[in-house]
Design a protein around this ligand. Structure first.
Ligand SMILES: CC(C)(COP(=O)(O)OP(=O)(O)OC[C@H]1O[C@@H](n2cnc3c(N)ncnc32)[C@H](O)[C@@H]1OP(=O)(O)O)[C@@H](O)C(=O)NCCC(=O)NCCS
Length: 182
């Protein structure tokens, strides 16, 4: 089987238009160009992209976290709808958690729509637990947000788990003909 290269990269200003295209495809325009530019400019914001040199859509997925004290606050995680269920979302989440751990952060947290079963299943697969609920958090439809947490990012047990995930992530990608480059 031929495997297609997949590359993980920190995003910079040169990726702004690709980010807006991906945002449009995933969310119908969630964040503005100015909002992405602020993320790209902020030293506390870590924005990662998954690229394929051979696909028409070159930026296939993105993920972002803010370092706030000892926490990684995951602010966005999205995969282009044409590439769902191929292991890209978990590759991105793995990479965000690895980057957070490498920066010495202790915990990861995020808010997710209570109805977003796909994302909740993904986060739970990686050990996130529900820590609370923000009532009517989303202004567009008054939906609740679940607050998810993952603790002990610096614990040796978590570091071993990360290594296992690296293998699981690569195996899942290769089933869908992807190869994540180092
Ligand atoms: C959530 C999202 C990033 C998942 O990306 P993906 O590349 O399709 O996910 P993966 O193929 O890596 O799936 C990994 C795991 O997530 C879970 N999952 C993903 N999609 C799912 C779905 N539609 N239903 C149930 N579980 C799902 C499963 O546990 C899956 O593991 P499995 O394949 O072993 O069952 C993607 O659906 C997305 O971009 N959604 C829109 C943006 C969004 O809602 N982001 C989250 C904001 S907090």
């Amino acid at each position: 089987m031929i495997l297609l290269d997949l590359q993980l990269q920190s995003l910079t200003s040169e990726h702004l238009s690709a980010l807006l295209e991906l945002d449009q495809a995933c969310f119908g325009g969630l964040w503005s160009g100015d909002a992405y530019q602020r993320e790209l400019d902020s030293p506390n914001s870590h924005l990662l992209g998954l690229f394929s040199p051979v696909e028409n859509t070159t930026l296939l997925g993105m993920g972002c976290f803010w370092s706030i004290l000892e926490e990684a606050h995951i602010t966005i995680l999205a995969v282009h709808p044409q590439y769902h269920r191929q292991g890209l979302g978990q590759a991105l989440l793995y990479s965000l958690l690895k980057a957070a751990g490498d920066r010495g952060l202790e915990r990861a947290t995020l808010e997710v729509r209570a109805s977003n079963q796909a994302a909740i299943a993904l986060y739970e697969k990686f050990g996130f637990k529900t820590a609370g609920r923000r009532r009517r958090y989303y202004q567009d439809n008054g939906e609740d947000a679940l607050i998810l947490w993952l603790s002990d990012l610096q614990h040796p047990h978590f570091l071993a788990t990360l290594d296992n995930w690296r293998t699981l992530v690569s195996d899942r990608l290769s089933q869908s003909s992807w190869k994540l480059l180092d």
